[in-house]
Design a protein around this ligand. Structure first.
Ligand SMILES: [Zn+2]
Ligand SMILES: [Zn+2]
Length: 417
């Protein structure tokens, strides 16, 4: 099934009881798609006035896109190299589209798309994303991570109406970006484990069909690990498709469970600390990939225990708040008066350990994933991603408190072996 067929298929009644929808209406992934951008916008009733947002790298990579827009009035907002999405760029784009009949065409990945997704949402404009690299899973996302006054917040934004990718351009993307995309996909194994464990222990909503969409996408990709770094249109298209499927899975589930677990939270915390310290973060998938391996190693280690003993969670909150420092208030609100552990019964955790071990073993192991990531040219160690080991360990330790979301990592304090 291609993506549009999947979107259609999910409109049918689902065993989970939910009606699954996404705002994405049209998707085109093919060789030479760059020449068809104008036609696709026309077909989807975009305005004749287009604001094209890109940076110098992504515009250069999209050779032919300007020509394809021949029938449109195009205004350009070209950044030099947009690595961090901040409110400044969102404001700039909002001003360019406010009170006008105009649609937005975002040419790029990550931060460029994030600022466009938020600005198009606040100004209620149509949005098309033309993806230039298969580097992360946020293309279809309906929230945008934006830095505001030094902090990164996730804002409700807009899923693009249309997503276009040219496999020739994706294949030509720097191999670091493709490897990062692969790392972001391997993370789904941890995400799926965390989601199932939470459903088992707390009754949290879980949809087998959405989980399978993610699972099949990553399983298919892991088989192609040794081809990720090649300039191969088929493989680059597959990485992109896999990232898109999990992104659309997020819309279907109306939360990011199908795509992210404890590893994404750790990577997010590292990014927050780096932004605070004025450091430009790595590619999302690089940090996420290394955090994924760290979590798989830990989860595999836990699963070696056939039986466990359990106790109530015992957190030294002063310690947690002192680590979070200026973010401590936010973290407090996420844990008091109630938190994700309230719904976990320690006896149930002990009794269901056999099932939890099965869930952990249902995904490829740490060593299998590490081997695949090496083949795919991914960063593997904490040193590879240029982090201080102490900072990394602290982020692993404290990250579970920054989300209202149960993960196996958060249960660490309750497990005795
Ligand atoms: Zn469902
Ligand atoms: Zn991700």
């Amino acid at each position: 099934m291609n993506i549009l067929e999947i979107i259609d298929d999910f409109k049918k009644e689902c065993a989970c009881g939910k009606q699954h929808e996404t705002a994405v209406k049209d998707v085109l992934i093919e060789s030479g798609a760059v020449c068809r951008v104008g036609d696709i916008l026309c077909k989807n009733n975009f305005s004749n006035n287009i604001l094209l947002v890109a940076d110098e790298n992504t515009l250069k990579a999209s050779n032919g896109i300007i020509e394809s827009l021949g029938g449109f009035n195009v205004e350009y907002k070209i950044y030099e190299d947009l690595r961090v999405a901040t409110m400044k760029e969102v404001d700039e784009i909002e001003k360019l589209i406010a009170n006008k009949d105009v649609s937005v065409l975002s040419v790029g990945t990550g931060s460029l798309n994030d600022v466009c997704r938020l600005a198009s949402a606040t100004q209620n404009k149509k949005l098309c994303i033309f993806a230039t690299a298969p580097s992360m899973d946020g293309f279809a996302s309906y929230s945008a991570p934006i830095v505001n006054r030094g902090f990164k917040f996730s804002y409700p934004a807009k899923s693009p109406d249309v997503i276009i990718a040219d496999t020739k351009i994706l294949a030509n993307a720097p191999k670091e970006l493709k490897s990062a995309g692969f790392g972001d996909m391997i993370a789904k194994y941890v995400g799926l484990v965390d989601w199932q464990i939470s459903a088992l222990l707390t009754g949290e909503y879980y949809c087998e069909k959405i989980a399978k969409l993610t699972r099949d996408a990553v399983d298919e990709l892991i088989k192609m690990a040794d081809k990720v770094c090649l300039n191969d249109e088929y493989v680059a298209g597959k990485i992109f498709e896999a990232l898109l499927k999990t992104g659309i899975g997020i819309s279907f589930a109306q939360n990011s469970r199908p795509a992210s677990g404890s590893e994404h939270v750790i990577a997010h915390l590292i990014e927050c600390v780096e932004l605070r310290d004025g450091i430009i973060p790595n590619f999302h998938g690089d940090d996420v990939g290394v955090c994924t391996l760290e979590m798989l190693k830990y989860y595999n280690f836990l699963a070696e225990n056939e039986y466990i003993d359990t106790q109530n969670e015992n957190v030294n909150w002063n310690d947690v708040y002192s680590f979070y420092n200026e973010m401590a208030d936010e973290v407090r609100k996420l844990n008091f008066p109630e938190n994700v552990i309230d719904d976990v019964d320690k006896d149930e955790l002990k009794n269901k350990w056999g099932e939890i071990r099965k869930i952990i073993h249902s995904v490829p192991s740490y060593s299998e994933c590490e081997a695949a990531m090496k083949k795919a040219g991914c960063k593997i160690t904490v040193e590879d991603i240029g982090k201080d080991q102490k900072l990394f360990d602290d982020c692993v330790k404290y990250s579970p408190y920054m989300r209202k979301r149960l993960t196996l990592l958060r249960l660490r304090d309750m497990i005795k072996y």
